[in-house]
Design a binder for this molecule. Sequence first.
Ligand code: NAD
Ligand code: WQD
Length: 336
Amino acid sequence: MNILVTGGAGYIGSHTCVQLLEKGMELVVVDNLSNSSQESLKRVEEITGRKVIFHKIDLLERDWLEALFRDYEFDAVIHFAGLKAVGESVKIPLHYYRNNVSGTINLCETMAKYDVKTIVFSSSATVYGEPEKVPITEDFPTAAYNPYGRTKLFIEEILKDLYTSDNKWNVVLLRYFNPVGAHESGKIGEDPKGIPNNLMPFISQVAVGRRKELVVFGNDYPTPDGTGVRDYIHVVDLAAGHVKALEKLIGKSGVHIYNLGTGKGYSVLDMVKAFEKASGVKINYRIAARRPGDIAECYADPGKAFRELNWKTERGIEKMCADTWRWQSRNPNGYE
Ligand code: NAD
Ligand code: WQD
């Protein structure tokens, strides 16, 4: 199979590239490197012993996209490219809508023109808004409370409309829960620019001495220890979900929606403790007020992906923390 991977230099994209290459697939990566470094792809080459074809292209540049589709014949597109910082999206919403929504429209128009109609899209558990109960199944109502979440929801709707307009489209919407961890080699991992928004990179930067302390956002939630509960999923398991989706769904037109999570919820303090154990480093933290927009609890029912894709997660929080630590301690400043 010949796959176009958009956003393939990023965190989840680079881990997925490793597995696609290990499966013997051919791939072309496009990325504008706005939130990543080409070094990640060099590391992917080191891990797999295979060459990665890379083009620095922004999805907003239609002509370059066209040129790419003229030069290569793709069987499918895995579409990771997008901006993902919730807080930033509130400050610069138009930038998020243009980048994520317009970028996706450009991509789909080009795909349609060159008759490439299989797309695997990186959606998010954020499309469930504030779920009424947990675990969350794919048929729960959707909602979004910030511009980032709305880009995910709008793109899901656009892709569904595309299928309605032309039943040859094969649309796979993968709703990720909370991706963490790193490749076992310690060569690739999450390298957020600036101050991390997400819990795990923050903890690991405290551990490595780049940040003074973790601020725990609220300990008065209706959860066992009062801190927020999430479904953390190892990025290598998540990447495997993409490979399974391609293998099982290629040639099966339709709209296919899957939760990619473990089905287990862990609190902020559970993650701190697990990280301390895996790293042997004490994590300084203090409790502060809740972060606006946060929900108490969120975890997946991943049963549909197991039944239909034969996919389930294999790595628990000990491994998530151990692999994050290996990556962070060997690369204290990320890819720099
Ligand atoms: P990332 O920022 O590491 O990767 C995204 C990549 O897309 C980056 O390399 C960036 O440079 C590139 N990009 C952004 N806009 C682009 C454009 N216009 N043209 C070309 N390249 C562009 O993020 P990630 O964590 O790997 O996330 C990948 C996808 O998964 C994103 O769509 C994100 O919204 C989604 N997602 C992530 C999470 C998470 O917590 N990490 C959770 C759910 C969904
Ligand atoms: C996890 C828990 C925080 C940081 C976000 C996006 C979501 C998806 C995944 C893309 C919460 C607490 C965090 C910190 C803390 N991304 N926390 N101190 O909010 O579940 O989801 O990333 O689609 O759309 O909203 O993840 O890692 O930010 O937070 O106490 O410094 O850790 O309150 O309970 P979240 P997160």
